[in-house]
Design a protein around this ligand. Structure first.
Ligand code: HEM
Length: 537
């Protein structure tokens, strides 16, 4: 057997942890059939030469495609430390990807969609023509509604979220009167599904198990469908799609969601005729109001947008919350610091609804951002070049080039983060304080305030929701995540409440649960247990 590693980079032993692959990949009555067909296709796919010639004037980092599949984190870090500020290319399972460093991504982030497309890149990555993972003409609606109805207005939602959180803690979190182990990841996914559901579909449907099930599993099913389809060369996919059972599940889930939403939409349309009717304040309503008259009864598109919204928000937010708990369990000293801050902010019950409360949790904000820095995305800024682009370093990017930014490498670049491999929960808090001082000094000095680096001092770039060329966990530019403010609010709420009520630690003799890596997706262990004990104060 020829060596699978073509060259370069430290070699990795590929062992697959039992919880690396979602259970659904491994289960099912047709398992042996899948294994047989997958093996044959894997051989065809693995040994076929990469035919993609896109003419990017940048060197290749050579590494096995297996490494991309199971160890993309290490691959991106290794290749980044070799090239750092240079553009380079990697052959991945999905084709050639051109990697854009932080120093050049600024030249691209403002380009229009017809020159550099996020939509096309995501549509292709999701194999939307088979998976239906695309909102079509309504793609912008999804983001615009989040921006106009949520961002900046989150305080209005926190009392409902707090109520929902109390309910799920009361019904699904153990008593923990003594130290007790608890599996965090599945709980966090359910919690975020319920909290988000409260704002997406309202207080009745969000607690219905069937809705929870569909909204949580839609993203997982789609992920598995994409992976299976990727094993087939593009020319085989029109026929191969019939072998991927998850594509059928996606359609069934869409139908279930449609059936659950239809009576709610109809009831609201009926009630809106009644004088004095007070409209509910949730995504179902915002969407219904935004749709043109002839589409208000298009239940299918409304169901689809809801499931796409769930897919974008539940696992991303739930997994980051889980990572934060793992980091809190390791960094015991941070718990009292953050608890103290939460006690100050939530000194009375009304504080949960106060407009500025979440913003005052500055140390917690820093802690979450630091967790995300070290556990966040492997890559970001997924884009497709639609018209040729020339970068200032002389790199030519022809139409058809697929871009990525090497987030895993940037996140541990010592030029951007001092002691980058050390977890410092107050890293961004200290930077914010420093920034604040600079701002005050600038205000005092008229000459200083009229000169120089004003923008960098005043834009709060160390906050959890800030984005920048070296900070792309929420993407960059026009398509940067519009849900990040809501995500921050949910995560702070969950962590603050848990910190106020529980002590948290690792199980005896254990270290921080290792993340799972599969196909560029890094996620916290789904099976790890963390110890909780209810506080008596
Ligand atoms: C920690 C949680 C989250 C992370 C890490 C995350 C990350 C991202 C990233 C990396 C992108 C791509 C941005 C780009 O390409 O420039 C994105 C897009 C998006 N996210 Fe999030 N997200 C999170 C939570 C949420 C939530 C809670 C929502 C909804 C409430 C949401 C809705 C969206 C939507 C609709 C887009 C597509 C934006 C567009 O293409 O214009 N996300 N997110």
């Amino acid at each position: 057997m020829p060596s699978m590693v073509e060259d370069a980079g430290p070699r990795t032993n590929f062992t697959i942890e039992p919880d690396v692959l979602p259970n659904q990949v491994l289960a099912g009555s047709r398992l042996s059939y899948y294994i047989a067909i997958s093996l044959v296709l894997f051989c065809i796919w693995f040994f076929q030469p990469s035919k993609q010639k896109c003419g990017v004037s940048a060197p290749f980092y050579k590494a096995s495609r297996l490494k991309w599949m199971f160890s993309a984190d290490t691959l991106v870090k290794d290749s980044y430390s070799k090239f750092r500020d240079r553009v380079y290319q990697i052959k991945t399972t999905e084709g050639v990807r051109t990697i854009i460093p932080a120093s050049l991504v600024g030249e691209l982030k403002g380009l229009p969609e017809d020159t550099l497309s996020a939509r096309t890149a995501v549509r292709e990555a999701m194999l939307s023509e088979y998976t239906s993972l695309c909102a079509g003409a309504h793609t912008d609606t999804l983001s615009l509604l989040l921006k106009s109805k949520m961002t900046g207005q989150l305080a209005r939602m926190t009392p409902q979220l707090k109520e929902e959180l109390e309910h799920i803690l009361a019904t699904e979190f153990p008593d923990c009167e003594e130290w007790a182990p608890f599996k965090v990841q599945p709980f966090m996914i359910r919690t975020v599904a319920r909290l988000s559901g409260r704002v997406f579909v309202g207080p009745t449907l969000n607690r219905v198990e069937e809705w929870m099930d569909v909204s949580i599993n839609f993203a997982i099913t789609a992920f598995i469908a994409v992976i299976k389809l990727q094993f087939f060369p593009p020319w085989m996919r029109p026929a191969a799609q019939y072998l991927v059972s998850e594509l059928g599940t996606i359609q069934k889930d869409l139908a279930k969601a449609e059936a659950m939403l239809t009576p709610i939409i109809n009831e609201r349309l009926r009630d809106s005729e009644t004088p004095g009717y007070e409209k509910p304040d949730d995504y179902v309503q915002w969407l219904s109001d935004a749709l043109p008259e002839d589409q208000k009864k298009d239940y299918y598109i409304q169901a689809k947008l809801q499931l796409l919204l769930s897919a974008a928000s539940i696992h991303t937010t739930g997994n980051l919350t889980t990572d934060c708990i793992y980091d809190l369990a390791v960094h015991q000293d941070m718990q009292e610091i953050l608890r103290e801050e939460a006690r100050e902010v939530f000194s009375d019950d009304e504080a949960w609804a106060r407009k500025d409360s979440m913003g005052r949790l500055k140390k917690l904000d820093s802690f979450i951002k630091e967790s995300q820095r070290l556990s966040g995305n492997v890559t970001s800024f997924i884009r497709k070049v639609m018209k040729p682009i020339d970068l200032s370093d002389g790199t030519h990017l022809p139409a058809g080039t697929d871009l990525l930014a090497p987030m895993a490498g940037i996140a541990v670049d010592e030029r951007y983060y001092s002691d980058p491999n050390v977890f410092d929960g107050l890293r961004f808090y200290k930077q914010c304080q420093h920034q604040q001082k600079q701002r005050e000094q600038q205000q005092q000095s008229a000459s200083a305030s009229s000169s120089g680096d004003e923008a960098s001092v005043s834009n709060g770039r160390h906050h959890f929701t800030s984005i920048g060329n070296t900070n792309m966990n929420f993407g960059l530019g026009k398509h940067a995540c519009p849900g990040r403010f809501f995500a921050g609010c949910e995560i702070k709420l969950v962590l603050a409440l848990l910190l106020l009520r529980y002590d948290i630690r690792l199980k005896d003799g254990e270290t921080r649960p290792a993340p799972n890596m599969f196909m560029m997706t890094k996620s916290p262990s789904m099976t790890a247990e963390i110890m909780f004990r209810r506080r008596t104060d």
